[in-house]
Design a protein around this ligand. Sequence first.
Ligand code: ADP
Ligand code: MG
Length: 218
Amino acid sequence: MIHSHGLQYTYPRGEPLRFGDVSVAQGGTLLLRGPSGSGKSTWLALASGLLTATAGEVVVSGQSVGALPANARDRWRARHIGFLPQKLHLSEALSVVDNLGLVFFAAGLPVDRATVAQTLQALGIEALATRRPSQLSGGQAQRVALARALLLHPGVILADEPTASLDDEACAASLNLLSTCASRLNATLVIATHDARVLQALPQARLLEFNAAVQVAA
Ligand code: ADP
Ligand code: MG
């Protein structure tokens, strides 16, 4: 579940970004919808504890994220949040399996190769296990990044513009996969997007609208 109340963030020398309140039950889907620059990625960074709110609070899986001490944040994030970033950040120095293995290090857990193998299999990409990121197509790389996000069975999956560079067919497949994986885990799914196709594909989702007005100071 995710609840937020009075959430705001101000970048140095920026105007305050003010976010609408949300309440999403466990297993629900939330779309953050709005144009580029309206604050969607910032909201995801607040919900995952990469940034600390300047006002208000966001509660994710029962944890008030801003209340986490700085030294506990990385591990909390690794254990509770599956993040599918816009830029995938796969390490070219490592194979697909070893990229996934990094998740366990971040969470302070021993690498569980069986879980890595099962997750790759569940996404139909076990044949890619020994490849380097540069040997993957865009769609395959996104599946690998999704596998990485799902590895520790997070309660929340955050996806930043997952369909931005996809054609209609790949867009539908990607959203279908995200929804299927989220419901298999009963995870709450949050998708930040400026892509109108996403709302059409997920009509049951809660909507948090972002627009330029969110940035105007009071
Ligand atoms: P979106 O994801 O909707 O495109 P962002 O959350 O990335 O929007 O950005 C929201 C606003 O904050 C924009 O005006 C952007 O320029 C600004 N912003 C984003 N990151 C930074 C940063 N690191 N420092 C200063 N301003 C930033
Ligand atoms: Mg963004």
